[in-house]
Design a protein around this ligand. Structure first.
Ligand SMILES: [Zn+2]
Length: 174
């Protein structure tokens, strides 16, 4: 059993955001791994977003954003992690699996999550511009959505958005 897993409500953080790695609550292992992946992505010149798939409490796939490196506009962290997990399980459906990702998924990734039948989605930072879970298209709220995962957001949000802000600040300078 992972800490922070389950249906209990999540602790709410105060407005004073903590610097990276200084969370007031220890992050669940999958979100820490997703944040590590995001950092790995940044080192590879990608926008720092990471994702992991968890089955029965074990991480079975982890990936970072890689559209630049792979020359693939669909190579978002979620899609890569879902592909790797499905390959590992030998099944196109990830029934009972969790997806942990550092940023609110876009419409494409939300579609992939529905196709994969992901049971629970945990995302760290909200994305008012590109997100499609609690913003924009709100993919899972449509009647036509194939599948609606349980959604939990906010854990690791400070860490995830600090990474993204630093990345875009450096890019503007460069
Ligand atoms: Zn995406």
């Amino acid at each position: 059993m992972l800490p922070g897993q389950g249906r209990m409500s999540l602790p709410h953080k105060g407005k004073d955001s903590s610097p990276l790695g200084m969370s007031r609550w220890p992050l669940p292992e999958p979100m820490r791994i997703a944040l590590d992946e995001a950092q790995r992505g940044e080192s590879a010149g990608e926008v720092p977003i990471g994702a992991v798939v968890v089955k029965d409490g074990a991480v079975i796939a982890a990936a970072h954003n890689a559209p630049r490196g792979l020359h693939d506009p669909t190579a978002h962290a979620e899609v890569l992690a879902i592909r790797a997990a499905a390959d590992k399980l030998g099944n196109e459906r990830l029934d009972g699996c969790e997806l942990w990702v550092t940023l609110e998924p876009c419409a494409m990734c939300a579609g992939a999550i529905a196709h994969a039948r992901i049971a629970r989605l945990y995302y760290a930072a909200a994305d008012a511009k590109g997100g499609a879970v609690e913003h924009g298209a709100r993919v899972f709220e449509h009647e036509q959505s194939l599948h609606k995962p349980e959604v939990y957001s906010g854990m690791g949000a400070d860490e995830a958005s600090t990474l993204l802000k630093a990345f875009f600040a450096r890019r503007r300078q460069g």
